[in-house]
Every structure is written in C-alpha cells, then in structure tokens.
Design a protein around this ligand. Structure first.
Ligand SMILES: [Zn+2]
Length: 293
C-alpha cells in the first residue's frame, strides 16, 4: 500500500513494466495519477468538477524528469529545468486562484513573465489537488502524520480531520517546538497558554483551519489543541482567545498552508521515484511564503 499512487489500485496501472530504459509520455503519467484519459480530464476541468489535470504543455510529450512541489512557483520551475525535468506535479494552482481564473491576469507582468518561463523551459505542469485529497484516503493528511510520526496514534479520522492521541500529554510550547523541528519550518504560530498540557490533537491540513471545520472539534471536551494549515485569523484564534480568557485549556497551532501539505507532496515524489525507474523524480521545496521581521 505504501508505494501506491492515487488511483493506481483502481485501474491496475498501465505502466507496470518498470525497466530502466522505458519512456513515458505526459499522458501516461496523467493516466496513472488520475485513472482517466487526458480528454476526460480536460472536460472535467472545463466543467469545474475538478481542478486537477494538465495546466500547461502537451500530453504527447516524452517525460525527461519530474518534480513534485507544493506550488509551481517561478523558482520551482527554474529549479526543475536545471534538474532536466519537464514535468512538475504541483498541489496548488499555477496562477494564484483555485479554479485557474486568469481574466484579471491577462495584462499582468508577473503572469506574462511566468508564462514566458514556462514556454522557454517547455514545462508541463500538472495540478494534483483533488485526487490526492480524496475522501477514502487523504494522502496529504497522511504525509503530514507520517512526518510527525503520528500514524500509530490516530484515534479518529474523517474526510476533513484526524484526531491524534499522544501516549503522554505534552506542554503546548514543547509540542509546537517539536512540530517546527519535524517540519524544518522557519516559524509556526500558536495561540493559547504555553504551559497548557496537550494530549488529544485535532489535525486539519491546508485551508481547513476555518471555524466551520475547526470549531466543532475544538469545542469538544476531549480535544485540547488544533493543528491547522491556515484559516481566517478572526475565527479560531479569536475563539481560543476567549476560551483562554475564561480559563479553558484550548489552543491552536497554525503551521502554514504549505507547511501542512508539503510532506504529502514530498512523500509522493518518493513513491513516483520507486514507480518510474527510468525517470528522475525529485521534490523541490519553496522558500517560506512569509518572512518574519
Ligand atoms: Zn491541499
């Protein structure tokens, strides 16, 4: 199971031969990732039923190397080209919107220069969002739990959250320091009292740090702290502020959207590398999106 790609189990794979000289087209990679042909995928993107699929390039191109990343930033594209790769599998949208809305960007200099770089480097950018967050097994969540070494501590799992119970309670600031170290993050943010004991932890990756998803968890008596990617600052953090003011032991750790999801993309690169012997696959990290001053 551990080397399985999204949807590989369902269709059995069309690239079972794993010889070191085999070549693959972009279309084959798409099929392995999404379990549908390229035309169906394009149609689904047009219909808006998925954001997944090929964002730039042609399906019949031979893959020279692949890179996975949280986002296909200018720097990641340059780095991928230097590595000899012509495919990037990125989790988030290429042009700063979830549904790839480009209307307001058409005359934008940043957009135009990035497009130019994509053309110059002949980069094929695949968005892998919905398929890796799939309901039966969210591999972004799993990637984070693996990184934090919490896979054996899961006591509750739904399509949006996981609850972990640590063998022993740990002080909030120690917990935060541990997470920061495991993620090699430059910073993470926390809200709550640093001396609070934490044992039951709710985990919500990506943009799931909203009150709608987080509050029902945090208000539960058996949940001490939430770890989220990102969410509105006036929702859960304000709830924690009031809860602490009332003397309650509730806390929130906001690790950042990318930080919560990049372990999943890094794990994907490992699985792709073992699946495609003849293709160089690597994970390329972005710089943190914010700098603390
Ligand atoms: Zn995500």
């Amino acid at each position: 199971m551990e080397t399985e790609l999204p949807h590989q189990a369902e269709h059995g794979g069309n690239s079972q031969t794993n010889s070191s000289d085999r070549t693959y087209t972009v279309e084959q990679i798409l099929y392995d990732l999404f379990d549908v042909d390229a035309a169906t995928l394009i149609e689904r993107r047009h219909q808006g039923t998925t954001v997944d699929g090929l964002e730039t390039g042609h399906v019949d191109m031979i893959v020279t190397g692949m890179v996975t990343s949280f986002s296909a930033s200018q720097r990641v594209i340059q780095h991928a080209a230097q590595l000899g790769a012509n495919v990037i599998i990125a989790h988030e949208g290429l042009f700063y919107s979830h549904q790839d809305q480009r209307d307001q960007l058409l005359d934008d200099p940043v957009y135009k220069q990035k497009l130019q770089l994509i053309e110059q480097t002949n980069m094929h950018i695949i968005r892998l969002h919905d398929a890796i967050h799939r309901e039966e097994r969210d591999e972004v969540m799993e990637g984070l739990l693996r990184r934090l070494e919490w896979c054996n501590q899961v006591v509750e799992e739904t399509s949006t959250h996981t609850i972990v119970e640590l063998p022993q309670a740990i002080q909030l600031d120690h917990l935060a320091a541990e997470i920061k170290q495991q993620l090699s993050a430059t910073y993470i943010r926390l809200s709550g009292q640093v001396e609070q004991q934490c044992q039951r932890i709710g985990v919500l990756v990506g943009y799931r740090g909203s009150a709608a998803l987080g509050l029902p968890l945090l208000s539960r008596e058996d949940v001490d702290v939430l770890i989220v990617g990102e969410g509105p600052e006036w929702e859960l953090p304000e709830y924690v502020r009031d809860a602490v003011e009332q003397g309650r032991a509730k806390a929130l750790i906001m690790i950042g959207h990318a930080e919560s999801e990049l372990p999943g993309m890094q794990w994907l690169a490992e699985r792709l590398a073992s699946r495609y012997n003849s293709i160089n696959v690597s994970y390329v990290a972005n710089e943190p999106v914010f700098r603390l001053v």
